[in-house]
Design a protein around this ligand. Structure first.
Ligand SMILES: C[S@@+](CC[C@H](N)C(=O)[O-])C[C@H]1O[C@@H](n2cnc3c(N)ncnc32)[C@H](O)[C@@H]1O
Ligand SMILES: [Zn+2]
Length: 306
């Protein structure tokens, strides 16, 4: 049986195919414009567009299983606990920038991230949005997340200008060929004066740049794939993933009229060889290197007022 959805959440939703309003009819959501129906599973609206890429969905589902496994197995280089630790800096940046209670947040490509709790407790509505439904089920069933929505970042199923804060951690490099339109769609979700918070692997990262900036992209992708095959990596990047260029992201935001664009280094990053990390720490004594050549970078930017 489907649960009743919070009306505040329904108000934020839109049809991913035509952006029409949605209404609840007989335990489902239906677009008032194109009449497409959407399931609500375990209280989670499943707002997948007709154009959903099933192969991509399956790939992300298996990555979700990998993220969830406990790292007893030495072959598993990925540790969810380490990952959570590394994100404390990001959520600290968010906390420092958020003003007031009763706001509307969305975490796009939220995965297993349960940092929504802090903001839900302060009376805000916090939408956890991801392609993979089982991650959202985990947040809802095991952590009590109130607002979870499944869908595709390429067709965001939300009304424009609905959110005070749009957050996306380690996701935009999944759409590295499509960055401008992706960031535009994030910007569209923000109210004027709202803040966008992004975090992503840095193409200009100190040991990353010679590969991601100097090598032609197809050649880098090919050598990277061979490397991970030989290494039998459990967390190998998919071909469509590519670290993003922090300067380009800054330019995209500037051209879209964002103001107060702040770039911060993300100092902690798990799953990296300790020798490389020691060297990085040595170089990052230089402020400029630390800010623009960290492994991951974080950005906050404010959407202009209309
Ligand atoms: C590297 S994980 C980051 C997860 C989370 N933000 C975190 O910091 O732990 C990327 C996330 O993006 C989601 N994702 C990938 N492609 C997506 C798409 N097309 N639409 C929505 N979510 C997507 C994945 O399911 C996954 O949860
Ligand atoms: Zn529609």
């Amino acid at each position: 049986m489907s649960e009743l959805l919070n009306p505040q959440l329904i108000n934020l939703l839109a049809c991913p195919d035509c952006n029409g309003n949605l209404e609840t009819i007989a335990g489902q959501l239906q677009c008032t414009n194109c009449k497409k129906k959407y399931e609500i599973r375990n209280g989670i609206p499943c707002l997948y567009p007709s154009s959903i890429d099933e192969d991509h969905l399956q790939e992300e589902e298996s990555l979700a299983d990998m993220m969830k496994r406990t790292p007893d197995n030495k072959k598993d280089q990925f540790s969810l606990a380490q990952w959570d630790e590394s994100k404390k800096e990001f959520w600290g940046m968010v906390k420092n920038n958020v003003e007031g209670n009763n706001k509307a947040f969305i975490n796009i490509g939220c995965g297993y991230d349960f940092n929504y709790i802090v903001h839900e407790k302060e009376g805000s509505i916090f939408v956890n949005f991801d392609l993979v439904c089982k991650m959202l089920n985990f947040l809802k069933n095991e952590h009590g997340a109130k607002s979870c929505v499944a869908g595709d970042i390429n067709k965001l199923p939300f009304k424009k200008a609905s959110f005070d804060y749009v957050i996306s951690i380690d996701v935009i490099h999944h759409e590295s060929d499509n960055l401008e339109s992706l960031i535009k769609s994030f910007a569209d979700l923000l109210k004027s004066g709202g803040t966008l918070f992004l975090e992503d692997p840095n193409a200009w990262g100190i040991f990353q740049a010679p590969k991601s900036i100097l090598l032609p992209k197809p050649l880098y992708q090919f050598t990277r794939s061979i490397y991970h095959k030989i290494k039998l990596s459990s967390h190998k990047p998919a071909d469509y993933e590519f670290p993003t260029n922090v300067w380009k992201i800054k330019d995209i935001l500037k051209n879209m009229g964002f103001s107060d664009i702040m770039v911060y280094p993300n100092n902690s990053y798990p799953c990296i060889a300790s020798k490389a990390f020691q060297l990085y720490n040595l170089f990052s004594g230089i402020e400029y290197i630390k800010k623009y050549h960290s492994y991951h970078y974080m950005i906050s930017a404010i959407k202009k007022y209309n």
